[in-house]
Design a protein around this ligand. Structure first.
Ligand code: SF4
Length: 356
């Protein structure tokens, strides 16, 4: 995909200074002399999308997720720890504010999803929305691409998992109820907005996410909580309260995962933003705690180590989560719960052979 294939369609200004770590895929990088310019929200429409179902790397905490749909690239929620930042670098953009302000929209997503499912529905255990962006970004209110894709999933009776930080998901209760199987997981790693702000500066506040969880649960939709990421030295103590509030608001399942900083760029941005927003002693404590869990660096050394710490402290954190999840009757999320034997789609067109 080339950048010139996108049509720039909207620009909205707001105050935030451009900050991007050097992109390792670009030959040259430049620094601003003096104060960098402010960012602008830019939305691009990708007109040559070829496919929307991605076969994602499976791992333990991700519950065996394999097939994902992303209608957007980039995410205005701007979580400083977001592992999807690296995907923006593939486009030639930066993993910092570019990821948060240069959004790519795939208007063809619903149509492509339908075409792909005609070919591979019989091999599709379930689909997850999303993996590289929040499926309910504010621009979804206008584009409605996630909604249209969910309608396609309902048509093909594909089980669906949704992971989001946005109450906008409640807009689609009618479609969610038409799905053969669905699970909506709210990413909620911090108990209060004060604790969330340094790491999730532009997301809906935790209270809003809990309210949305209750709204869905009251409508009979299976909801859960992802206590992810647990940032060693920062939010372990939030775990019992988060699980309790999730239970109060109707959650039936829960999982947790440890912070993983997958690339140099994400590490640089994460640390820089933490230094801007937290006192130095607090930052040092977090950095030192993460390093102990990672064996001396902030990054895990192998994919296998991505989700586990090296010290007894991490074992204590894990046990804390397990204890409270069990006490509250929250089951661990398992993809297999969604992967019931594929039901026949109700579309009239013939289903072709599998893609995968
Ligand atoms: S909401 Fe999800 S996709 Fe968006 S920045 Fe945060 S972690 Fe990344």
């Amino acid at each position: 995909m080339s950048l010139c294939s996108r049509q720039r369609c909207d620009i909205v200004a707001f105050v935030r200074y451009i900050t991007n770590p050097p992109n390792p895929y670009n030959r040259y990088s430049a620094e601003y002399v003096g104060e960098p310019p402010t960012t602008k929200l830019e939305i691009f429409e990708e007109t040559n999308t070829k496919k929307v179902i991605t076969k994602a790397f499976a791992s333990g905490w991700e519950g065996g997720w394999r097939y994902t749909v992303n209608c957007y690239r980039g995410c205005v929620h701007g979580c400083t720890y977001c592992f999807a930042r690296q995907y923006h670098e593939y486009l030639g953009y930066g993993a910092g504010t570019d990821f948060e302000t240069k959004l790519v929209v795939k208007p063809l997503a619903p149509q492509l999803l339908k075409e792909e499912l005609k070919k591979c529905r019989d091999k599709m255990p379930h689909l997850d929305f999303s993996f590289a962006t929040d499926p309910y970004l504010p621009i979804e209110a206008e584009y409605k691409l996630t909604r249209q894709c969910l309608e396609v999933c309902a048509e093909f009776r594909v089980p669906v998992g949704v992971i989001t930080k946005s109450p906008l998901v409640t807009r689609d209760i009618d479609v969610l109820k038409r799905l053969s199987k669905v699970w909506v997981c709210f990413s909620l790693p911090f108990l209060t907005k004060e604790r969330s702000n340094p790491f999730e500066p532009y997301t809906p506040v935790p209270e809003a996410r809990f309210r949305a969880m209750k709204t869905l649960s009251d409508e009979g939709i299976d909801v859960g909580i992802a206590v992810a990421p647990v940032i060693p030295g920062y939010n372990e103590s939030d775990i019992p309260g988060l699980l309790e509030k999730a239970k109060e608001n109707g959650a039936k399942s829960a999982f947790m995962s440890m912070l993983h900083l997958d690339t140099d760029s994400i590490e640089a941005y994460f640390v820089a933003k933490m230094r801007e927003r937290l006192p130095a002693t607090r930052v040092d404590k977090i950095i030192n705690t993460i390093k102990r869990e990672r064996g001396g660096t902030l990054r895990h050394r192998s994919y296998k180590e991505r989700d586990s710490g090296k010290t007894e402290q991490w074992d204590v954190t894990r046990r804390l989560f397990d204890f409270h999840a069990k006490r509250l009757g929250l089951r661990e999320y398992e993809a297999s719960a969604l992967e019931a034997k594929a039901e026949a789609p109700i579309v009239t067109e013939p289903v072709q052979q599998a893609l995968f």
